[in-house]
Design a protein around this ligand. Structure first.
Ligand code: ACO
Length: 436
């Protein structure tokens, strides 16, 4: 970390001695005030629930400028990566820090391709779930269970173990997501096919049956690949911070990634794509486009707790660059499938237009996020709504593992252990039950 010439001084109105705090510079983005010695020197903690002003680590992986609407993976703009690279090249970039050259690419693709099968025993584990289990419940279990199958990659302090765990996770997530889907619909599992690309292979495992093979459609494969690229990493979001915190105890990588899957499931995070589609379907059932006004009134009513899902972001306050790319893909996919007049898509476009012109959303800087469109794209491709977040988890796995490996490799890494402002009862004595 690069120290700044500027220092911060913290003073107290009760006359306690002030404290000088070092400041570190990022290569871009806000500087940080180093408060690590604050408690030792003042006996005070900082208070920042929701981490609104807290940098929990230093990182070289992903940079977001929420005001500019900029997202960079290892310095490369997301727009360029989405246009010129495929998902496995982006995985290489996130894990190793550089885009691969032709030789590195071929080697990496081969490594991933030859790790896509899961231990056959895994399907018996899967069969323990009810058929109607939510795919994210299944994925949380399956990813955690990988640690019971691959004992040669569970030591997080061993760099080779970390690398093989990274390869396994990237390679096996599509197989597991497709297995969770097939299990839910009662169809036989489809094994991976090494002649196909990563994304085409995923689509085949999803949509082929032993009776009929699946012919990958180039536009749809490219759309899925783009969904993967756009969701691959996003700095210290809730699930990534969960993976870091969980992994900071030294637990195995599969367990730490399972924690990320569990966190992603929530509707305020990765579950938003599913929640957004469910919201659109509900409005459609209420009467469609004519009911948008009524729905927006509910969203604006502070007593209703209804939110416009797929809108708003903690960091992006101008626009989400991923949403722009996903919107483009949405048009391509619907065009390729002849679904431009799909009622749900028309409803989504009308709702977006109304919200973008409404002062409630404008004044709070609420814009569509990536999940507003990714659900529409996935639905058009034939992915069921309940699987959307599992597809997000598949894509985010590479980000989680890159961030976990970065943390473990950081000389300053410590187990994560936040403190608290205690506002409960002070010490009291237990009375005999007759006197309580
Ligand atoms: N609909 C209606 N109002 C909203 C929405 C929304 N989607 N999002 C925020 N607001 C309002 C809040 O009520 C609040 O209003 P107030 O100032 O009058 O009280 C104001 O905007 C600020 O909102 P916060 O919740 O404080 O913002 P925060 O940064 O904590 O939340 C979040 C960000 C969780 C993403 C929020 O915008 C949200 O719930 N959006 C819908 C869910 C969603 O799409 N999540 C996906 C995020 S992208 C991703 O994870 C890949």
């Amino acid at each position: 970390m690069t120290p700044s010439d500027v220092k911060a001084t913290l003073s107290f109105s009760d006359g306690s001695p002030s404290m000088e705090l070092p400041i570190y510079r990022g290569s871009i983005g806000p500087d940080v005030i180093d408060i690590r010695k604050l408690y030792a020197q003042t006996g005070k903690f900082t208070y920042d629930p929701g981490f609104l002003s807290t940098a929990s680590c230093n990182s070289t992986i992903t940079y977001i400028d929420g005001d500019k609407g900029e997202l960079l993976y290892r310095g490369y703009p997301i727009e360029q990566l989405a246009q010129h690279c495929d998902f496995l090249e982006v995985c290489h970039l996130l894990i190793y820090g550089e885009l691969p050259n032709a030789e590195q690419r071929a080697k990496f693709v081969k490594t991933i391709t030859y790790h896509t099968m899961v231990n056959e025993q895994m399907q018996f584990f899967l069969r323990g779930f009810r058929r109607d289990a939510h795919p994210m419940a299944v994925m949380t279990g399956l990813v955690g269970a990988l640690s019971a199958f691959y004992h040669d990659s569970t030591d997080v302090h061993n760099a080779q173990h970390r690398e093989i765990a990274a390869h396994r996770l990237i390679a096996k997530m599509p197989t597991l997501v497709a297995m969770a889907y097939k299990y839910g619909v009662g169809q036989p599992f489809i094994y991976p096919k090494n002649s196909l690309s990563y994304s085409a292979n995923f689509m085949r495992m999803m949509f082929a049956t032993p009776c009929e093979d699946y012919e990958p459609n180039e536009v749809l494969v490219r759309a899925i690949d783009r969904i993967f690229i756009l969701h691959a990493d996003h700095e210290q979001n809730a699930s990534t911070s969960t993976v870091r915190l969980c992994g900071s105890s030294g637990t195995n990588p599969f367990a730490a990634i399972a924690a990320g899957v569990a966190c992603l499931w929530g509707p305020a995070h990765g579950g938003a794509n599913e929640a957004c589609l469910t919201m659109l379907e509900d409005i459609q059932k209420m009467g469609g486009v004519e009911k948008i006004g009524e729905f927006v009134r509910q969203v604006k009513d502070k007593n209703s707790s209804v939110r416009l899902m797929g809108f708003g972001h903690r960091v992006y306050k101008n626009y989400d660059p991923r949403a722009k790319l996903m919107r483009e893909t949405c048009h391509e996919v619907l065009g390729a499938l002849g679904l431009q007049n799909d009622p749900l898509f028309k409803l989504a476009m009308a709702l977006e237009k109304i919200a973008l012109e409404d002062d409630y959303f404008v004044s709070r800087k609420l814009y569509p996020n990536v999940d507003y469109y990714s659900g529409i794209v996935q639905r058009a491709i034939g992915i069921p709504v309940s699987l959307f977040t599992a597809v997000f988890a598949l894509a985010r796995t590479v980000g989680w593992i890159a961030q976990l490996n970065e943390m473990i490799g950081d000389a300053e890494y410590k187990i994560g252990r936040p403190r608290q402002l205690f506002v409960g009862s002070t010490r009291r004595d237990v009375k005999p039950i007759s006197l309580r």
